[in-house]
Design a protein around this ligand. Structure first.
Ligand code: MRU
Length: 331
């Protein structure tokens, strides 16, 4: 895995050889972003099995069960983690294996498939979004939803990327995205490499640019979309959506259908991860608040469906009313 904690300063690839190690990498955010977490979890199962030289199928199945449990406990909010683990185990359960090697090969092949499909899905999301994106536009983007957050192309950033590749003149206002600075560190790094115009702004500045008439649309990713369209995404997304709503600016959510969780009725039912206080108290090594300061650090928030103009998926663009239209997407 490319270590996303130290980008853009250092490009370092790390190796992980067990489900426990992969789960820790997800928890510590070596890898992050909902689709990337899902693919990583599938590979976590594969490396765990591969590490065992036992020929005993029963023993390996037991190992599989434990690996699945450890990976499930890594981060709670992005549904792609659970989606990927469910997908692999459903397919494993539907298949008869006669040797341990068959099971190992099957799980690895499924992880490869999830990874390959993710790239195709992201490209399709970008193409589907084209009709929404003006020929010349400035977008606000929150967090990082690019190649780093997926397997290779990106969701919300993929929308921007496809528009750019199709000749649209796109500029991006990049929310820095406190406290982990995914916007400043990762999105700016990706946009620079893609040659897409961008300007880094502090999270609180988007309203200012909207008021100045300088924003045409917002596009963000998602960690879990509930059946009613309420969407969990990186903390600060809700504030951005409110500002866009107040200014009459379209607010788009982009994500694969694997991020849509019809079993969760509304945003109130989504578990929001609370992370450690040092993420807020420290900027790099430097402490920015007095000793003893109490901290709140929810990693995500929920944007109510009424503030979302459309949800862009690989199967098409979903407009309100979301309850009916999200369901129809799966029917
Ligand atoms: O805490 P993170 O960095 O994993 O949060 C990432 C986000 O909130 C992304 O917007 C979301 O996962 C979509 S990534 C395509």
């Amino acid at each position: 895995m490319l270590d996303q904690r130290i980008l853009p300063g250092e490009v370092l690839y790390l190796d992980f050889n067990s489900a426990e190690e992969v789960a820790a990498a997800i928890r510590d955010m070596v890898i992050r972003g909902a689709p990337a977490i899902g693919a990583a979890a599938a590979y976590g199962l594969a490396v765990e099995l591969r590490q065992s030289d036992s020929d005993d199928l029963e023993l390996l199945s037991e190992k599989y069960g434990k690996a699945d449990e450890v990976l499930r406990a890594s981060r709670p909010t992005a549904v792609n983690l659970f989606w990927a683990l469910d997908r692999v185990s459903n397919r494993v359960n539907d298949t008869t294996f006669t040797t341990a090697q068959e099971l190992k090969d099957f799980v690895l092949a499924e992880a490869h498939l999830i990874a390959k499909e993710d790239v195709e899905i992201c490209r399709q999301i970008g193409l589907n979004a084209l009709e929404l994106i003006p020929k010349q536009a400035t977008a606000v983007h929150h967090c990082n939803t690019g190649g780093l957050a997926t397997v290779g192309y990106g969701t919300a950033l993929g929308v921007i990327r496809t528009a750019h590749e199709n000749g649209h003149d796109i500029s991006v206002l990049v929310d820095e995205t406190r406290p982990r600075l995914q916007g400043a560190r990762l999105t700016a790094w990706e946009l620079k490499q893609l040659g897409i115009k961008h300007k880094l702004i502090v999270d609180g500045a988007s309203g200012f640019y909207m008021k100045q008439g300088q924003v045409d649309f917002c596009v963000v990713g998602c960690d879990r979309v509930a059946a009613n369209g309420d969407t969990a995404n990186k903390i600060g997304t809700y504030n951005l959506a409110l500002a866009a709503y107040a200014h009459g600016i379209p607010f788009y959510v982009a994500g694969p259908t694997s991020t849509i969780d019809l079993s969760t009725a509304s945003g109130d039912d989504i578990e929001i991860e609370e992370r450690t206080d040092t993420e807020v108290l420290l900027v790099g090594e430097e402490r920015i608040a007095p000793e003893g300061t109490e901290v709140g650090n929810p990693a995500f928030d929920v944007t109510a469906a009424k503030y979302i103009s459309a949800i862009i998926t690989e199967k098409g663009i979903v407009y309100p009313p979301f309850v009916e239209n999200l369901k129809a997407l799966f029917d």
